[in-house]
Design a protein around this ligand. Structure first.
Ligand SMILES: Cc1cc2nc3c(=O)[nH]c(=O)nc-3n(C[C@H](O)[C@H](O)[C@H](O)COP(=O)(O)O)c2cc1C
Length: 311
């Protein structure tokens, strides 16, 4: 009997629903046993978010500052797994703080050592560099990344910014003002995530994972928009400067920290609504010149490989 560990965390329930759909067919029959664990911090973040907390979590999240995690039950730690499914969401172009803290914990050292891992994310659309960070965690944990499924909000970037912010601050995954589309990953994509289960299962039963990602990609496990690679990479450089500056020059919950976070909030608005459209026009103007590079990047970010640098 194959043992599969499903690690997940979700505030709204979206990511857990995706992961549950993916693994639902694995347990049909008696050749696979599923084991679930919800990764949680000792001090959880309330959902829906208050604006102050939403921005307040930025420096620690981006800098991946480890927070205390809730203990993993002994019966989960004692087993040896043939496959680990790691479900996570992206916060500030980085795995969410509960997930990055878990990946830095001693529990992760036990659970991931020599394990085959499939990552599953449910984000707005900016997940590529977060996945690179997860790849690095897995490498440090001596795990073997064999597959990745990244589900996103498929609407236009700026529409999804408006709708997700509304969702995060209201807690309701509804159509804003009755005009905007529903936020987040569409219910159709969430329901259709069941299609990945049989693919994963056939590789698991044969204990052969080399071509798993190739097969997942045939079923649209990942869809890469080249412009978002550019934005994600550039924004990571700028977020790195902001998070280090805020973290070094202020303590959490102080007046100074609040002022700096407000400045970051204003910067984000300018970046999304003014800088990003300009970058988009430049991206289009130079598209043909960069076509080979774009092709290389698309292929790499859709894969489970980890390179120090991709040009
Ligand atoms: C603080 C915060 C920051 C986020 N930053 C990003 C981001 O950088 N990129 C992205 O695609 N989605 C981002 N999201 C959306 C999440 O990835 C996710 O889709 C959403 O929070 C729903 O996840 P859930 O399953 O935990 O409810 C962010 C959400 C939160 C709460």
């Amino acid at each position: 009997m194959k043992q599969v560990l499903v690690l997940h965390y979700s505030q709204s329930g979206q990511l857990t629903e995706i992961v549950n759909n993916i693994v639902s067919s694995l347990a049909q029959g008696d050749d696979v046993e599923l084991n679930f664990h919800e990764m949680q911090l000792e001090k959880n973040f309330p959902f829906p978010w208050k604006k102050e907390d939403f921005f307040g979590v930025f420096p620690d999240t981006f800098l991946q500052k480890k927070q205390p995690v809730k203990p993993v039950p002994q019966d989960i730690l004692n087993k040896k797994y043939d496959l680990v499914i790691l479900g996570y969401q992206v916060w500030y172009l980085t795995p969410s703080l509960p997930v990055s803290s878990f990946l830095k914990s001693d529990y992760a050292k036990t659970l991931f050592k020599n394990a085959n891992v499939v990552t599953v994310s449910g984000s707005r659309n900016m997940w590529i560099m977060a996945q690179e960070k997860v790849k690095k965690h897995l490498k440090n944990l001596q795990a073997n990344l064999v597959g990745n499924i990244a589900l996103v909000d498929r609407h236009v970037n700026h529409i999804s910014v408006i709708t997700i912010v509304r969702w995060m601050f209201s807690g309701k995954k509804k159509r804003y003002l009755g005009i905007f589309p529903k936020p987040g990953v569409s219910q159709t994509d969430i329901d259709n995530a069941t299609k990945f289960g049989p693919i994963i299962k056939s590789h698991l039963i044969q204990n052969k994972f080399d071509s798993l990602q190739e097969n997942l990609l045939k079923h649209e496990a990942v869809k890469i928009k080249p412009f978002l690679i550019t934005v994600d990479r550039k924004a990571n450089i700028i977020f790195s400067k902001w998070s280090t500056f805020i973290s070094k020059s202020s303590e959490a919950n102080t007046k100074k920290r609040k002022i700096l976070l407000k400045m970051f909030n204003v910067y984000l608005l300018i970046a999304i609504w003014i800088i990003s459209p300009v970058v988009f026009v430049l991206f289009l103007l130079t598209y043909l010149l960069n076509i080979q590079k774009i092709k290389r990047q698309k292929e790499y970010y859709a894969s489970v490989a980890l390179l120090e640098q991709i040009k």
